[in-house]
Design a binder for this molecule. Structure first.
Ligand code: ZN
Length: 166
């Protein structure tokens, strides 16, 4: 077994709990509800400090909302957002993530949220599977599963965005 960054495990665990809560809820809640639930659970079980739980919850919100906005605005598929052949993405992750994104799309539509600001991903943060583009040199980084974002392997820059197919 290779060594896992603790944030990666926490991200996947929280995402799993969000999906379980979504399946058990009788009415549709917004994303905040499920993130708060997963945060509380992680703190209650002493898996994470409150500060860590806040941070991981923010990573989840960023990825899920970005994907949901993308799908709503472009009408494309989640595969386009991932920029990945879906068969290469870890099955369990895909199933959890797509479920939360679908739910979030509905609530974003319901609440007609304001236009999305450009999302930036930073080195040292954790993100789910997907593709990032270095803002400085354009290097493309693919992640088939939840990962801790490294510095750009080409230019060492530390800010990334998603390169979306136009
Ligand atoms: Zn770069």
């Amino acid at each position: 077994m290779s060594e896992q960054h603790p944030d990666k495990k926490a991200y996947d665990t929280m995402l799993g709990r969000m999906k379980a809560a979504l399946e058990q809820s009788e009415t549709l809640h917004d994303l905040t509800h499920y993130i708060d639930h997963a945060r509380e659970k992680a703190v209650e079980l002493e898996e994470l400090s409150r500060e860590e739980a806040e941070r991981i919850g923010d990573y989840l919100r960023r990825d899920i909302e970005d994907a949901a906005h993308y799908l709503n605005e472009t009408g494309k598929e989640l595969a386009d957002w991932f920029q990945f052949d879906l068969t290469q993405i870890e099955d369990n992750f895909f199933s959890l993530f797509s479920n939360m994104v679908d739910n979030t799309r509905e609530s974003l539509q319901q609440f007609a949220q304001q236009a999305q600001e450009a999302t930036v991903w930073y080195t040292g943060e954790t993100m789910g599977a997907g593709t990032l583009r270095c803002q400085q040199c354009g290097e493309i980084l693919h992640f088939a599963q939840t990962a801790c974002i490294p510095p750009c392997p080409n230019c060492q820059a530390t800010t990334f965005d998603k390169q979306w197919e136009e």
